[in-house]
Design a protein around this ligand. Structure first.
Ligand SMILES: C[S@@+](CC[C@H](N)C(=O)[O-])C[C@H]1O[C@@H](n2cnc3c(N)ncnc32)[C@H](O)[C@@H]1O
Length: 392
């Protein structure tokens, strides 16, 4: 086992000569540490720093195993609260079915559209180049299986740091990166980005220079259970983002969640949805009454099985974001992002290339995505946003 010496003992001038020979059960002649010094296992942070110092590219596979096994043990046995553990196991259990099987998914239209929306946010808001022209540095918080890696190829990227609480997902993400032969470096970490300061999960030298972009796609709402977690998460986003840097993300839209519950016409209704998706609340609160911990279960055909999520109170999100130096630059529901993105030549081209549109424009001048009306209802549950870090 990798170990480091207990500092107090090894620095204290203790040596073999001061230990009576009769008490030494084992007294090797060439030992390098003083007798009675104790070996402790490395902490996760120390192991990371040690690993990063070595920087041997041939060690990549081994590194992934270190990250995966050590961290998941820590999280599942001690540190991870039940909620985070449940989310991690849900995503760990979901198989990466591969490109061909993904195409046959019954919700392929939604997946393509969501992917396009993420590409739109990247293309419209992420800077194509860093200030020093060396390429942008990106933090992907809640990166999952690394499905967004290739979406950055229009930007000049120099480095990505990928973090997720699900260790199996991180292993997939790492393999996907290796297979993609992308021309930038990527580093993968397993950790709870809502409950742990980022500098305890990622080695210092990967946090500087600061990130040009932090991306959090379909993830932030899992961390809206308590104010403390929401603050830790947004501090993790803002603290390592350079002045003028961009934070982009996607979450379920609070207005739409409350609106659709209203539309059921039943004042006591706890759920809404259709054959493709379902949202079921534990308790019905009025909008704004429960800014954190307003829990619901989300089911999406062929994707998400009743995982607990939390309504993200937008006023609260924006207020904490402002406190940590983030200013709103853009917020739109996904249907509006389609309209906005359609104005952009590259994104219009991407809509066709990614098979998102049935036909480019309908008779009334609007664009028609290639999904059933039921699935479109699931698509339009979400908003995308961009914040900019104060430039001072
Ligand atoms: C719906 S998936 C989205 C994955 C990816 N961002 C994408 O758009 O394809 C949500 C991800 O958030 C991750 N996640 C949830 N809670 C987390 C936490 N506390 N810290 C880090 N990642 C978390 C999950 O493990 C999962 O991979």
């Amino acid at each position: 086992m990798i170990g480091v010496e207990a500092a107090s003992e090894s620095n204290g001038g203790d040596d073999e000569a001061s230990v009576p020979a009769s008490t030494q059960a084992y007294a090797p002649k060439w030992r390098r540490t003083p007798a009675r010094s104790v070996l402790h296992p490395m902490t996760w942070k120390e192991a990371n720093e040690w690993k990063m110092q070595t920087h041997n590219p041939l060690r990549k596979q081994q590194d992934a195993e270190i990250h995966g096994s050590t961290r998941s043990r820590k999280h599942s046995d001690q540190a991870t609260p039940e909620l985070a553990h449940n989310v991690a196991s849900h995503y760990n259990q979901r198989q990466d079915v591969g490109t061909e099987a993904r195409k046959n998914s019954p919700i392929i239209g939604l997946k393509r559209f969501n992917n396009w929306v993420k590409s739109a946010l990247i293309n419209l808001y992420a800077p194509p180049e860093s200030e020093d022209q060396k390429g942008i540095r990106i933090l992907d918080l809640g990166c999952g299986k690394g499905g967004d890696l290739r979406k950055w190829d229009q930007q000049h990227v120099s480095e990505m740091v990928m973090l997720d609480i699900a260790d199996v997902s991180i292993q997939h993400a790492r393999s996907r990166y290796t297979e993609s032969s992308l021309p930038w470096d990527a580093h993968f970490f397993v950790g709870d980005g809502f409950r742990t300061p980022l500098d305890q999960l990622v080695p210092q030298h990967l946090l500087r220079p600061m990130f040009d972009v932090v991306t959090m796609q379909f993830c932030l709402h899992y961390g809206w259970d308590t104010e403390e977690n929401a603050r830790t998460m947004l501090t993790n986003v803002a603290k390592w983002l350079r002045p003028g840097g961009i934070f982009i993300g996607t979450i379920p839209d609070e207005e739409t969640l409350f609106g659709r519950l209203e539309e059921t016409g039943d004042a006591t209704a706890l759920e809404f949805g259709n054959d493709e998706y379902k949202v079921e609340f534990d308790i019905r609160y009025a909008q704004g009454d429960m800014p954190f911990g307003n829990k619901y279960h989300f089911w999406l055909k062929d994707a998400v099985d009743n995982v607990p999520e939390y309504v993200v109170d937008w006023r609260m999100l924006e207020s904490i974001a402002n406190e940590v130096g983030l200013r709103l630059a853009y917020k739109a529901r996904f249907d509006q992002i389609l309209v906005d993105g359609y104005q952009n030549k590259h994104l219009r081209h991407l809509l066709r290339r990614m098979n998102v549109l049935d036909q480019s424009v309908t008779a009334d001048g609007s664009v028609a995505p290639n999904v059933t009306p039921s699935l479109w209802e699931a698509c339009t549950l979400y908003v995308g946003f961009a914040f900019q870090k104060d430039d001072f």
